[in-house]
Design a protein around this ligand. Structure first.
Ligand code: SME
Length: 191
């Protein structure tokens, strides 16, 4: 977001990020403004604000924490989080929602399968997915997307869980892929 004019209470006219601090070249959005009836409209409002949120900050954990929190705040999903590939396991990273499983093996559960198969997994009913790992019995459907490094290796997965059955489709996949790109960029910048 390059268009912030900058006093307390101001709002970017393009991405609607609100600003409460504008000092020493530090910009900190106070809140996000997510308008829109449909999920697609909400994703469209969210993405530029997520980009603005991490711009100018170099700490990967801080940025990932804010990306995940922003996604939860905008989309109200039950659980959203990142698992990092560490050796032969996925290890829990920044997340929002109830406490979750810390480690997941290669090919295990939906997350481990997305890692192994290097593709988005949309699971309309987690009870029908063989080997689904139930971190919470409240979770009913799930989407998991892998994120890659420059060499094309999977370095993390983004996992989003819903309380509703059949809550994810190709619209979610399209926009969550953009979030995955943003996360991958942050990880690369810090590699
Ligand atoms: N359900 C996932 C495990 C992670 S939690 O849902 C947060 C899976 O089957 O891989």
């Amino acid at each position: 977001c390059k268009s912030i004019a900058g006093k307390s209470g101001n709002q970017c006219k393009y991405c609607h990020t609100r600003i409460y601090k504008f000092e020493l070249n530090l910009r900190m959005p106070e809140t996000m403004i997510i308008e829109g009836e449909t999920r697609e409209e909400r994703y469209n409002a969210l993405l530029p604000q997520l980009k603005a949120l991490v711009e100018g900050e170099t700490d990967v954990l801080a940025n990932l924490g804010n990306i995940i929190a922003g996604l939860r705040q905008a989309m109200h999903f039950f659980w959203i989080g990142v698992y990092f590939v560490k050796g032969h396991e996925l290890v829990l990273g920044p997340f929002q929602g109830p406490i979750a499983c810390t480690r997941i093996g290669f090919g295990k559960g939906v997350c481990g399968t997305a890692w192994k198969e290097r593709k988005t997994m949309i699971v309309p009913d987690v009870d029908q997915f063989p080997g689904h790992i139930a971190c919470s019995s409240s979770s009913k459907s799930e989407i998991v997307l892998p994120g890659f490094n420059k060499q094309g290796d999977t370095v993390f997965v983004l996992d989003v869980d819903s309380l509703e059955l059949n809550d994810f489709n190709e619209v979610d996949e399209k926009y969550l892929k953009e979030v995955v790109k943003l996360i991958a960029e942050q990880i690369r910048l810090n590699a």
